[in-house]
Ligand binder design. Structure first.
Ligand code: AOF
Ligand code: ZN
Length: 371
Protein backbone atom coordinates (compact mmCIF):
# COMPACT_ATOMS: atom_id res chain seq x y z
CA UNK A 1 0.00 0.00 0.00
CA UNK A 2 2.92 2.31 0.66
CA UNK A 3 4.04 1.75 -2.93
CA UNK A 4 0.49 2.41 -4.16
CA UNK A 5 0.40 5.68 -2.19
CA UNK A 6 3.77 6.56 -3.71
CA UNK A 7 2.51 6.27 -7.28
CA UNK A 8 -0.82 7.89 -6.38
CA UNK A 9 1.07 11.04 -5.34
CA UNK A 10 2.17 11.52 -8.97
CA UNK A 11 -1.37 12.55 -9.81
CA UNK A 12 -1.63 15.39 -7.28
CA UNK A 13 -2.34 18.67 -9.03
CA UNK A 14 -3.14 17.09 -12.41
CA UNK A 15 -6.16 14.83 -11.96
CA UNK A 16 -8.84 17.22 -10.62
CA UNK A 17 -11.80 16.88 -10.26
CA UNK A 18 -10.77 13.27 -9.66
CA UNK A 19 -8.83 11.90 -6.71
CA UNK A 20 -5.19 10.86 -7.18
CA UNK A 21 -5.39 7.08 -6.81
CA UNK A 22 -2.63 4.47 -6.92
CA UNK A 23 -2.86 0.73 -7.54
CA UNK A 24 -0.24 -2.01 -7.27
CA UNK A 25 -1.04 -5.54 -8.41
CA UNK A 26 0.93 -8.23 -6.62
CA UNK A 27 1.27 -11.88 -7.57
CA UNK A 28 3.53 -14.41 -5.84
CA UNK A 29 5.07 -11.57 -3.77
CA UNK A 30 6.00 -9.65 -6.93
CA UNK A 31 4.56 -6.35 -8.14
CA UNK A 32 3.32 -7.18 -11.64
CA UNK A 33 1.52 -3.93 -12.46
CA UNK A 34 1.41 -0.40 -11.10
CA UNK A 35 -0.96 2.35 -12.12
CA UNK A 36 -2.05 5.81 -11.05
CA UNK A 37 -4.83 8.15 -12.11
CA UNK A 38 -3.74 10.01 -15.25
CA UNK A 39 -4.05 13.68 -16.26
CA UNK A 40 -7.60 14.96 -16.05
CA UNK A 41 -8.67 11.92 -14.03
CA UNK A 42 -8.80 9.17 -16.68
CA UNK A 43 -7.82 6.40 -17.07
CA UNK A 44 -8.27 5.36 -13.47
CA UNK A 45 -5.40 3.79 -11.51
CA UNK A 46 -6.77 0.24 -11.62
CA UNK A 47 -7.22 0.29 -15.41
CA UNK A 48 -3.57 1.27 -15.83
CA UNK A 49 -2.27 -1.30 -13.35
CA UNK A 50 -4.34 -4.09 -14.94
CA UNK A 51 -3.15 -3.13 -18.41
CA UNK A 52 0.46 -3.42 -17.29
CA UNK A 53 -0.11 -6.67 -15.39
CA UNK A 54 -1.80 -8.33 -18.38
CA UNK A 55 -2.40 -12.04 -17.84
CA UNK A 56 -0.44 -11.94 -14.58
CA UNK A 57 -3.43 -10.27 -12.89
CA UNK A 58 -5.20 -13.62 -12.62
CA UNK A 59 -4.99 -14.86 -9.03
CA UNK A 60 -3.37 -11.63 -7.82
CA UNK A 61 -3.93 -9.17 -4.96
CA UNK A 62 -4.69 -5.55 -5.88
CA UNK A 63 -3.63 -2.81 -3.45
CA UNK A 64 -5.69 0.32 -4.10
CA UNK A 65 -5.48 3.65 -2.23
CA UNK A 66 -9.21 4.38 -2.76
CA UNK A 67 -12.21 2.13 -3.12
CA UNK A 68 -12.46 1.03 -6.79
CA UNK A 69 -15.29 2.82 -8.57
CA UNK A 70 -18.62 1.14 -9.20
CA UNK A 71 -20.07 3.57 -11.74
CA UNK A 72 -19.92 3.68 -15.52
CA UNK A 73 -17.85 6.67 -16.65
CA UNK A 74 -15.98 6.78 -19.96
CA UNK A 75 -14.98 3.18 -19.19
CA UNK A 76 -16.70 0.38 -17.22
CA UNK A 77 -16.29 0.44 -13.42
CA UNK A 78 -12.88 -0.49 -11.98
CA UNK A 79 -14.39 -3.12 -9.67
CA UNK A 80 -15.75 -4.90 -12.76
CA UNK A 81 -12.35 -4.70 -14.47
CA UNK A 82 -10.64 -6.20 -11.39
CA UNK A 83 -13.12 -9.09 -11.29
CA UNK A 84 -12.83 -9.78 -15.01
CA UNK A 85 -9.04 -9.85 -14.77
CA UNK A 86 -9.29 -12.58 -12.12
CA UNK A 87 -8.02 -10.58 -9.14
CA UNK A 88 -8.58 -12.74 -6.02
CA UNK A 89 -8.06 -10.21 -3.25
CA UNK A 90 -8.34 -6.44 -2.99
CA UNK A 91 -6.76 -4.37 -0.23
CA UNK A 92 -8.37 -0.93 -0.11
CA UNK A 93 -7.06 2.01 1.95
CA UNK A 94 -10.31 3.95 2.29
CA UNK A 95 -13.89 4.17 1.05
CA UNK A 96 -14.70 6.62 -1.78
CA UNK A 97 -17.41 9.01 -0.50
CA UNK A 98 -18.47 9.93 -4.06
CA UNK A 99 -22.21 9.11 -3.92
CA UNK A 100 -21.83 7.00 -7.09
CA UNK A 101 -19.39 4.74 -5.21
CA UNK A 102 -19.63 5.03 -1.37
CA UNK A 103 -19.30 1.34 -0.51
CA UNK A 104 -20.79 0.03 -3.76
CA UNK A 105 -17.33 -0.84 -5.12
CA UNK A 106 -16.44 -3.01 -2.12
CA UNK A 107 -19.89 -4.59 -2.20
CA UNK A 108 -19.62 -5.46 -5.88
CA UNK A 109 -16.16 -6.97 -5.40
CA UNK A 110 -17.34 -9.14 -2.50
CA UNK A 111 -20.45 -10.20 -4.41
CA UNK A 112 -18.16 -11.44 -7.18
CA UNK A 113 -16.16 -13.53 -4.70
CA UNK A 114 -13.16 -11.22 -4.26
CA UNK A 115 -11.70 -11.07 -0.72
CA UNK A 116 -11.69 -7.41 0.35
CA UNK A 117 -9.83 -5.72 3.24
CA UNK A 118 -10.57 -2.05 3.92
CA UNK A 119 -8.60 0.40 6.06
CA UNK A 120 -4.93 -0.36 5.38
CA UNK A 121 -2.95 2.94 5.61
CA UNK A 122 -6.29 4.75 5.79
CA UNK A 123 -4.90 7.92 7.43
CA UNK A 124 -2.16 8.36 4.84
CA UNK A 125 -4.65 7.76 2.01
CA UNK A 126 -7.12 10.27 3.46
CA UNK A 127 -4.36 12.87 3.82
CA UNK A 128 -3.23 12.31 0.23
CA UNK A 129 -6.76 12.85 -1.06
CA UNK A 130 -7.88 15.38 1.56
CA UNK A 131 -8.78 17.80 -1.25
CA UNK A 132 -10.96 15.35 -3.16
CA UNK A 133 -12.61 14.17 0.08
CA UNK A 134 -13.43 17.75 1.17
CA UNK A 135 -14.81 18.57 -2.25
CA UNK A 136 -17.13 15.55 -2.20
CA UNK A 137 -18.19 15.76 1.46
CA UNK A 138 -18.24 19.54 2.07
CA UNK A 139 -18.29 21.11 -1.38
CA UNK A 140 -15.08 23.07 -0.88
CA UNK A 141 -11.43 22.53 -1.83
CA UNK A 142 -8.50 21.92 0.53
CA UNK A 143 -6.76 25.27 1.07
CA UNK A 144 -3.05 25.41 1.86
CA UNK A 145 -1.60 28.77 2.83
CA UNK A 146 2.05 29.15 1.82
CA UNK A 147 4.04 31.94 3.45
CA UNK A 148 7.66 33.01 3.11
CA UNK A 149 8.74 35.44 5.79
CA UNK A 150 11.52 36.73 7.98
CA UNK A 151 11.99 35.19 11.41
CA UNK A 152 9.67 37.86 12.81
CA UNK A 153 6.92 37.01 10.34
CA UNK A 154 7.33 39.90 7.85
CA UNK A 155 6.95 39.48 4.11
CA UNK A 156 8.25 42.93 3.06
CA UNK A 157 10.11 45.89 4.53
CA UNK A 158 8.63 49.29 5.38
CA UNK A 159 9.23 50.36 1.75
CA UNK A 160 7.60 47.23 0.33
CA UNK A 161 10.90 45.62 -0.70
CA UNK A 162 10.70 41.81 -0.56
CA UNK A 163 13.08 40.21 -3.09
CA UNK A 164 14.27 37.87 -1.79
CA UNK A 165 13.65 37.05 1.84
CA UNK A 166 14.05 33.28 1.60
CA UNK A 167 16.89 31.63 -0.30
CA UNK A 168 16.98 29.92 -3.67
CA UNK A 169 16.46 26.39 -2.33
CA UNK A 170 13.34 27.40 -0.38
CA UNK A 171 11.97 29.17 -3.44
CA UNK A 172 12.54 26.07 -5.56
CA UNK A 173 10.69 24.03 -2.93
CA UNK A 174 7.80 26.51 -3.13
CA UNK A 175 7.68 26.05 -6.91
CA UNK A 176 7.55 22.28 -6.43
CA UNK A 177 4.60 22.84 -4.09
CA UNK A 178 2.77 24.64 -6.91
CA UNK A 179 2.94 21.53 -9.09
CA UNK A 180 1.10 19.51 -6.41
CA UNK A 181 -1.90 21.82 -6.45
CA UNK A 182 -4.81 22.31 -8.83
CA UNK A 183 -4.64 26.10 -8.52
CA UNK A 184 -2.63 28.95 -6.99
CA UNK A 185 -4.60 31.81 -5.48
CA UNK A 186 -3.46 35.35 -4.70
CA UNK A 187 -5.12 38.64 -3.82
CA UNK A 188 -5.26 41.47 -6.37
CA UNK A 189 -2.77 43.48 -4.25
CA UNK A 190 -0.10 40.86 -4.85
CA UNK A 191 -0.61 41.11 -8.62
CA UNK A 192 -0.16 44.89 -8.36
CA UNK A 193 2.95 44.86 -6.14
CA UNK A 194 4.74 41.69 -7.33
CA UNK A 195 3.32 41.05 -10.82
CA UNK A 196 3.97 37.31 -10.30
CA UNK A 197 3.80 34.69 -13.08
CA UNK A 198 2.53 32.03 -10.66
CA UNK A 199 3.80 29.24 -12.89
CA UNK A 200 5.91 26.24 -11.99
CA UNK A 201 9.36 27.06 -13.34
CA UNK A 202 11.36 24.02 -12.29
CA UNK A 203 13.15 22.01 -14.99
CA UNK A 204 10.84 19.20 -16.10
CA UNK A 205 7.82 20.60 -14.26
CA UNK A 206 7.02 23.48 -16.66
CA UNK A 207 3.98 21.60 -17.92
CA UNK A 208 2.65 21.26 -14.40
CA UNK A 209 1.56 24.88 -13.91
CA UNK A 210 -1.79 24.96 -12.16
CA UNK A 211 -4.72 27.32 -12.74
CA UNK A 212 -4.03 30.84 -11.43
CA UNK A 213 -6.72 32.57 -9.40
CA UNK A 214 -6.81 36.25 -8.46
CA UNK A 215 -9.29 37.56 -5.89
CA UNK A 216 -10.03 41.22 -6.63
CA UNK A 217 -13.44 42.75 -5.97
CA UNK A 218 -12.79 45.82 -8.13
CA UNK A 219 -10.45 44.42 -10.79
CA UNK A 220 -7.85 46.99 -9.79
CA UNK A 221 -4.78 45.15 -11.13
CA UNK A 222 -3.33 46.22 -14.50
CA UNK A 223 -4.39 44.45 -17.70
CA UNK A 224 -0.69 44.22 -18.56
CA UNK A 225 -0.04 41.87 -15.58
CA UNK A 226 1.75 38.59 -16.40
CA UNK A 227 -1.22 36.51 -15.24
CA UNK A 228 -3.45 38.33 -17.76
CA UNK A 229 -0.97 38.40 -20.64
CA UNK A 230 -0.39 34.63 -20.43
CA UNK A 231 -4.00 33.59 -19.72
CA UNK A 232 -4.30 31.79 -23.05
CA UNK A 233 -1.42 29.43 -22.25
CA UNK A 234 -1.95 28.98 -18.49
CA UNK A 235 -5.53 29.52 -17.32
CA UNK A 236 -6.27 32.55 -15.12
CA UNK A 237 -9.53 32.88 -13.21
CA UNK A 238 -10.54 36.09 -11.46
CA UNK A 239 -12.96 36.20 -8.54
CA UNK A 240 -14.74 39.54 -8.40
CA UNK A 241 -17.87 41.38 -7.26
CA UNK A 242 -21.00 41.97 -9.36
CA UNK A 243 -20.22 45.71 -9.07
CA UNK A 244 -16.84 45.39 -10.85
CA UNK A 245 -16.41 47.67 -13.86
CA UNK A 246 -18.01 46.13 -16.97
CA UNK A 247 -15.35 47.49 -19.32
CA UNK A 248 -12.51 45.92 -17.31
CA UNK A 249 -14.41 42.66 -17.12
CA UNK A 250 -14.77 42.57 -20.87
CA UNK A 251 -11.12 43.42 -21.43
CA UNK A 252 -10.09 40.57 -19.12
CA UNK A 253 -12.48 38.13 -20.75
CA UNK A 254 -11.11 39.15 -24.17
CA UNK A 255 -7.62 38.24 -22.90
CA UNK A 256 -8.85 34.75 -22.01
CA UNK A 257 -9.40 35.33 -18.29
CA UNK A 258 -12.39 33.54 -16.79
CA UNK A 259 -14.49 35.74 -14.50
CA UNK A 260 -16.15 34.21 -11.44
CA UNK A 261 -18.63 36.50 -9.76
CA UNK A 262 -19.37 36.22 -6.04
CA UNK A 263 -21.50 38.33 -3.69
CA UNK A 264 -19.96 40.87 -1.29
CA UNK A 265 -19.36 39.96 2.36
CA UNK A 266 -20.29 42.29 5.23
CA UNK A 267 -17.11 44.33 4.60
CA UNK A 268 -17.90 44.73 0.89
CA UNK A 269 -15.17 42.28 -0.19
CA UNK A 270 -15.71 39.10 -2.24
CA UNK A 271 -17.43 36.48 -0.08
CA UNK A 272 -14.71 33.87 0.26
CA UNK A 273 -16.97 31.05 1.45
CA UNK A 274 -18.97 31.46 -1.73
CA UNK A 275 -15.79 31.75 -3.80
CA UNK A 276 -14.53 28.40 -2.45
CA UNK A 277 -17.89 26.79 -3.19
CA UNK A 278 -17.72 28.04 -6.78
CA UNK A 279 -14.13 26.82 -7.20
CA UNK A 280 -15.15 23.42 -5.85
CA UNK A 281 -18.05 23.17 -8.26
CA UNK A 282 -15.63 24.03 -11.07
CA UNK A 283 -13.74 20.91 -10.02
CA UNK A 284 -10.82 22.22 -7.95
CA UNK A 285 -9.73 20.05 -5.03
CA UNK A 286 -6.40 21.58 -3.88
CA UNK A 287 -5.65 25.30 -3.74
CA UNK A 288 -2.34 26.86 -2.76
CA UNK A 289 -2.68 30.43 -1.45
CA UNK A 290 0.45 32.52 -1.92
CA UNK A 291 -0.61 35.78 -0.29
CA UNK A 292 -0.64 38.65 0.23
CA UNK A 293 -1.26 39.32 3.86
CA UNK A 294 -4.84 40.58 3.41
CA UNK A 295 -6.13 37.49 1.62
CA UNK A 296 -4.24 35.28 4.10
CA UNK A 297 -5.93 37.03 7.03
CA UNK A 298 -9.36 36.98 5.38
CA UNK A 299 -9.18 33.25 4.63
CA UNK A 300 -8.11 32.49 8.21
CA UNK A 301 -10.87 34.74 9.56
CA UNK A 302 -13.41 32.75 7.54
CA UNK A 303 -12.03 29.39 8.70
CA UNK A 304 -11.05 28.43 5.16
CA UNK A 305 -7.38 27.52 5.67
CA UNK A 306 -6.73 23.80 6.17
CA UNK A 307 -2.93 23.60 5.91
CA UNK A 308 -0.07 26.06 6.35
CA UNK A 309 3.42 25.77 4.85
CA UNK A 310 5.70 28.43 6.28
CA UNK A 311 9.17 29.18 4.93
CA UNK A 312 11.14 31.27 7.43
CA UNK A 313 14.43 33.02 6.69
CA UNK A 314 17.02 33.80 9.36
CA UNK A 315 16.60 37.56 9.16
CA UNK A 316 14.57 40.24 10.95
CA UNK A 317 12.58 42.94 9.15
CA UNK A 318 10.99 44.63 12.16
CA UNK A 319 7.53 45.72 13.14
CA UNK A 320 7.21 48.37 10.40
CA UNK A 321 7.39 45.65 7.73
CA UNK A 322 4.35 43.95 6.21
CA UNK A 323 3.02 41.12 8.39
CA UNK A 324 2.62 37.72 6.71
CA UNK A 325 -0.96 37.54 7.94
CA UNK A 326 -3.04 40.73 8.25
CA UNK A 327 -5.18 41.21 11.34
CA UNK A 328 -8.30 39.07 11.35
CA UNK A 329 -9.92 40.17 14.57
CA UNK A 330 -8.56 37.90 17.30
CA UNK A 331 -9.54 39.19 20.76
CA UNK A 332 -8.57 36.35 23.08
CA UNK A 333 -5.98 33.63 22.68
CA UNK A 334 -8.73 31.06 23.23
CA UNK A 335 -10.46 31.95 19.96
CA UNK A 336 -7.25 31.97 17.88
CA UNK A 337 -6.82 29.15 15.36
CA UNK A 338 -4.84 26.15 16.61
CA UNK A 339 -2.32 24.46 14.31
CA UNK A 340 -0.40 21.21 14.63
CA UNK A 341 3.07 20.93 13.18
CA UNK A 342 3.50 17.86 10.99
CA UNK A 343 6.86 18.60 9.41
CA UNK A 344 9.91 20.77 9.97
CA UNK A 345 12.92 20.79 7.67
CA UNK A 346 15.98 22.91 7.00
CA UNK A 347 16.14 24.07 3.41
CA UNK A 348 19.40 25.86 2.68
CA UNK A 349 19.61 28.46 5.43
CA UNK A 350 15.82 28.64 5.81
CA UNK A 351 13.32 26.49 7.68
CA UNK A 352 10.15 25.01 6.20
CA UNK A 353 7.39 24.09 8.61
CA UNK A 354 4.11 22.40 7.66
CA UNK A 355 1.00 22.57 9.79
CA UNK A 356 -2.51 21.17 9.82
CA UNK A 357 -5.14 23.62 11.08
CA UNK A 358 -6.72 21.61 13.89
CA UNK A 359 -9.16 24.26 15.03
CA UNK A 360 -10.19 27.21 12.88
CA UNK A 361 -10.61 30.79 14.14
CA UNK A 362 -13.75 30.67 16.20
CA UNK A 363 -15.39 33.72 17.76
CA UNK A 364 -18.11 31.53 19.31
CA UNK A 365 -15.80 30.92 22.28
CA UNK A 366 -16.13 34.63 23.22
CA UNK A 367 -19.48 34.16 25.00
CA UNK A 368 -18.49 30.99 26.88
CA UNK A 369 -15.06 32.38 27.88
CA UNK A 370 -15.97 35.61 29.59
CA UNK A 371 -19.57 34.69 30.33
C1 AOF B 1 -11.09 4.70 -9.11
N1 AOF B 1 -9.80 4.85 -9.55
O1 AOF B 1 -8.10 6.09 -10.26
C2 AOF B 1 -10.07 7.20 -9.66
C3 AOF B 1 -11.40 7.04 -9.17
O2 AOF B 1 -15.55 10.91 -14.02
P1 AOF B 1 -15.09 9.52 -13.79
O3 AOF B 1 -15.90 8.50 -14.47
O4 AOF B 1 -13.60 9.37 -13.99
O5 AOF B 1 -15.34 9.22 -12.23
C4 AOF B 1 -14.87 10.07 -11.26
C5 AOF B 1 -15.03 9.40 -9.92
O6 AOF B 1 -14.32 8.17 -9.93
C6 AOF B 1 -14.44 10.22 -8.79
O7 AOF B 1 -15.35 11.11 -8.26
C7 AOF B 1 -14.09 9.13 -7.80
O8 AOF B 1 -15.25 8.69 -7.13
C8 AOF B 1 -13.63 8.00 -8.71
N2 AOF B 1 -12.19 8.11 -8.98
N3 AOF B 1 -11.83 5.80 -8.88
O9 AOF B 1 -11.56 3.59 -8.95
C9 AOF B 1 -9.27 6.03 -9.83
N4 AOF B 1 -9.55 8.42 -9.96
ZN1 ZN C 1 -12.42 3.52 -11.48
Amino acid sequence: MTAALGVARRGLGRVWPNPAVGCVIVRDSRAVGRGWTREGGRPHAETEALRRAGDLAAGSTAYVTLEPCAHHGETPPCCKALVEAGVERAVVACIDPDPRVDGAGVKALRAAGVDVDVGVCADAARELNAGFLLRVTEGRPLVTLKLASSLDGRIATRTGHSRWITGEAARAQAHALRALHDAILVGGGTVITDNPRLTCRLPGLEERSPVRIVVDGHLSFPLTAHVVASALTTPTWVITLPSADAGRRKALADSGVEIIEVAADSAGRPNLQQAMKSLSSLGLTRILVEGGSRIAGALIRDGLVDRVVWFRAPTLLGGDGTPAVAGFGVETVAEAPMLRQVESARIGSDVMESYIVERPFDTDSRDTDEG
